[in-house]
Structures are given as C-alpha cells and as structure tokens.
Design a binder for this molecule. Structure first.
Ligand SMILES: *Cc1c(COP(=O)(O)O)cnc(C)c1O
Length: 496
C-alpha cells in the first residue's frame, strides 16, 4: 500500500490554569488601576452597602470569563467526532433567529392572536417533519430522544389496549442505544434482547423466532449504532406486522438518511427524531433538546396533546381526542430548539438536506478507508454516517480505547464515543458529520495514525495521556462518585 504524504499532526497545548473567582481576585486586591465604571455614575446612585462585592475593572471581568470559556472544548473550536451524538457545527444564523425579540421575549401564556408567528413556526415544522420522514402525523412536545421513545411506546401500548390486546414485550437488538430498554421498562414493558448477526445487523429470521402475540413492538435503530443499514427491515416489518406488532424506529440520528428514506414505506409505525443532533442546535451536557415523535395514521389519535392546527389562516393550539396519552411537556415543548431546527430545515431546503446526508456518509467512509489499516474494523459491512473501530490491534501493547481517546485530546480533537455500542469490545465510534472539511478529516487521520504508531513504538506515551492539557488524567471513577461541585471546596480544600 502506498502511504500518502500527509500533513504532520500537531500536538496542541492547552492551559487549564487555576482561575480564581471574581470574589477571590477582588479580595486579594488584584484589581487593576483602570477606570471603574462607577466613576461615571452619579454618587447618589452608588451603593456602598453590598458586602464582599467584587471590586474589578471591566477588562478583569472580560478576561476572567474568556479564560473560563477556554477551559471547555467546543464544536466551534474543532472536530467533535462523537458517534451517535452527531455533534455538527451550528450555523450562527440559527442563533440570530432564535434571538429575535419576537421569539425570545414571548410568554407562553400570551393569547394565541399575539403569537401567530411562533405558532406558524411550529405548524410548519410539524409539516416539514412529516415530509422528511414520510409519516402521517407528529408531536413536537417531547424534550429529548429518550422522552420521544417513552411517548412512542406509550402510544403503542395505548393502541394495543384500545383493541383489547394485552401485549407486554418489546424486542430490542443488542446494538441498541441504552435508552431503548430503559424507555421500555419505564412503560412497564419487558425487554427481549435480540442478537445481531456476524454482519452486525438484525435478521428477519431472528425476529421471527421471538415474535408472538405478546410482543407490542420491535425497537430498531436505522442505520444501527454500528453505522450499518438494517437491510432486512422490509422482511422484519412483515414478520412484526403479520402478528399485530408495531415497529418503533429510533431515529435520533437521521444524518445518513435525510432526504433519502421514506420511513413509512420502510414499515416504520412510529419514530422519534433528535432535533439537537441531526438538525444542529448546540447540545451536550444534558440539554437542551427536542425529540419530536412521528407516526402512521392509526397511531395518530394516541399522540400527546396539544398540537398546532391552521384554521381559516389562523394558527391555533388544539387538544387531541380522548385516545391521546395526554400532555408530556408544559406549553409548546422546547420552543427555542424547535425554532433552530426549523431554521436549519429552511436554510437547507429539500436538496440541501439530501446533500447533508450524502456528505455525512462520504466523510465517515473516508475515515474508515484511511484508518482501516491502523485500527481494527469489527464489522466488514459498509457503513453510513459513522464508523466503529476497536482497540483490538493496540491491546497487544496494553493500549486501550480509553488511552487512544485521551491521547487524541493532545492533538486537539474531542475524543470519539468510546465503549459503545456494547457488542464491540473496546469500541471507538467516530462520526465526523457533513460539517468538517477534507483538510480537517486529514488532520484527524494523521492524528489517529500517529497514535497507532505510538501504541507500537512508545505505548507508555499513549497509556499515560493526556500530556498537553496542563493536568493529569482524571480519576473518572472518583470524579463520578465524589463530584465536587463548589469552587471553594475544589480549589481551597484539596481534601474535599
Ligand atoms: C442520543 C440518542 C438517543 C437519546 O436521545 P436523547 O435526546 O439524548 O435523550 C437515543 N437513541 C440513539 C441512537 C441516540 O443516539
């Protein structure tokens, strides 16, 4: 194999210096002699009785917050290849839209006549999501993908009960996201795990072996969390539907399918979509999000209430009928997230959305091609928007996925998703998304290759990474079990 000459990967130095709080800085009389704003204020308006009020100049405050902001890695700083989470660049125009006074200053209790624009956004988003998925109806209420799953399963459960059927089980492949079994349990449904085959997919034959009249639904992720398309989905749908079951599609990540797949024709009855993944929106750290649920017509009466309708040119919130599972979120759902998602859809248009999935798939396959000689590929099947490697080749030198992830930070990249999906030992799941350039992909490839070489020649360097972050590797167990959430305990009292 001819190894192409690539740009040399660079190590990146980051500084995680101790940053005193404004109060500490002020108490230590480190204040600069620059003019303070209150010198311009009339004496009568100045207060003198605030105990411990920080006494600092503007520049000190600006620098303090700027330094704090640099303690984080963000999607605006560099590639964030976190598989299954779809950390794509968020166009700034969406923030401008979300910041418009007509949106951000609304109160959810305002009369409908005064929020027609906001209701129009929700109405058009409902229509767009039905168009994008090919489904018949949708709710925008759910606050996240996991809540979408819960709502979708509740609807399926209510549907079966309305027909006098007692169905208690949900079939879930072993590659599924952890929220799938969790949502099923929350709905009081028993989880039956199904094994994927050697190609990393679920077969109709496996489904048939477990399908009976006690199964309420099959939950399936397409493409699955290995990034592989479930090509037996049509046969699987036939098996499930012939015994009266429903198919739930975990559509948290639509980046491989946008503008290309008609979910209803594929046999899907109900699905959620994560606005905060596929449709941009800054996310991470647990929020904010929105997980609309779309469904076929015979599940629509069970959707949560309310929804936005258009009557004689007027937008209005309507309650659904008595079959509805009820309200799952106050007011309109996560309005600001839904607004950004609609801006994303409008900005791209139908052709643009198709181009998004095309580029996302090419980028993931480019990484797969360029790295497959350096990292083990547990499944040979073609991948779509993400690719899963493992640490099998590096393990013989006692270098693990965690070590590789930590070392990547030294090269200025956010680590990929690690140890998921669970069916791959030492999984490294990479999703570049459509928003990275060829140049950036090449830099990532160069860094990953350099780490693979280090794992051979100086494994200790990888094992003890990170080295460039101004600190040692965190004790993750201690961090999770004994989180220190106050600044004073952390910096002033090391015992805490
Ligand atoms: C992210 C994700 C979820 C859960 O979505 P949240 O919004 O985090 O609740 C479910 N399934 C898959 C495949 C996901 O990637």
């Amino acid at each position: 194999m001819v190894v192409k000459q690539r740009s040399k990967p660079g190590l990146v130095q980051r500084y995680f210096r101790h940053e005193p709080t404004l109060l500490e800085r002020s108490a230590k009389k480190q204040s600069s002699p620059l003019p303070k704003s209150e010198t311009h204020l009339p004496q009568g308006l100045l207060r003198s009785d605030i105990a411990n009020f920080p006494d600092l100049s503007e520049i000190e405050v600006v620098r303090h917050f700027t330094r704090l902001s640099m303690h984080n890695f963000s999607v605006d700083e560099g590639m964030y290849p976190l598989g299954s989470c779809t950390m794509k660049y968020n166009p700034k125009i969406h923030e401008a839209v979300a910041g418009l006074g007509g949106f951000k200053d609304l109160h959810p209790s305002q009369p409908e006549s005064s929020i027609q624009g906001a209701l129009a956004v929700l109405y058009e988003l409902q229509r767009s999501l039905c168009g994008i998925t090919g489904m018949d109806d949708v709710t925008l209420q759910c606050a996240a993908g996991a809540q979408g799953e819960f709502v979708g399963l509740k609807m399926v459960d209510a549907f079966h009960k309305s027909r006098g059927e007692k169905r208690t089980k949900v079939l879930i492949p072993d590659s599924a996201h952890g929220t799938n079994p969790a949502s099923s349990s929350l709905c009081g449904l028993k989880v039956v795990p199904l094994a994927s085959n050697d190609d990393g997919i679920l077969t109709a034959k496996t489904v048939a072996r477990h399908m009976d009249s006690s199964v309420a639904a099959l939950m399936i992720t397409i493409p699955n969390t290995l990034g592989i398309f479930e090509k037996e989905i049509a046969g699987i749908a036939e098996v499930i539907h012939s015994r009266g079951g429903m198919i739930y599609c975990d559509g948290a990540n639509l980046n491989a399918l946008l503008g290309r797949v008609h979910f209803k024709k594929m046999g899907i009855d109900v699905m959620h979509m994560n606005m905060h993944k596929t449709f941009s929106t800054p996310h991470g750290g647990g929020g904010p999000g929105a997980g609309p649920v779309a469904c076929v017509a015979n599940l629509a009466p069970f959707l949560p209430t309310p929804y936005v309708a258009k009557r004689a040119g007027i937008y209005t919130l309507l309650e659904r009928g008595e079959c509805s599972i009820g309200r799952v979120k106050p007011f309109f759902g996560s309005f600001a997230v839904l607004l950004r998602a609609y801006a994303y859809i409008l900005a791209h248009g139908a052709e643009g959305l198709r181009a998004v999935s095309g580029a996302a798939v090419i980028n993931a396959n480019y990484l797969r091609q360029e790295l497959q000689d350096y990292y083990d590929l547990p499944f040979a099947s073609a991948t779509l928007h993400e690719v899963v490697f493992s640490d099998k080749k590096q393990r013989k030198n006692n270098v693990t996925t965690m070590d590789i992830a930590k070392r990547l930070m030294d090269f200025g990249f956010h680590p990929p998703t690690v140890y998921f999906p669970l069916i791959v030992k030492g999984a490294l799941m990479v999703e570049p998304t459509e928003t990275v350039s060829r140049q950036e992909l090449d830099q990532f490839v160069a860094a990953m290759r350099a780490i693979a070489e280090e794992a051979e020649q100086q494994p200790q360097v990888v094992r003890s990474a990170p080295h460039q972050l101004g600190g040692e590797r965190f004790d993750e167990v201690r961090a999770a079990r004994r989180p220190v959430l106050t600044w004073d305990a952390h910096w002033l009292n090391d015992e805490a």
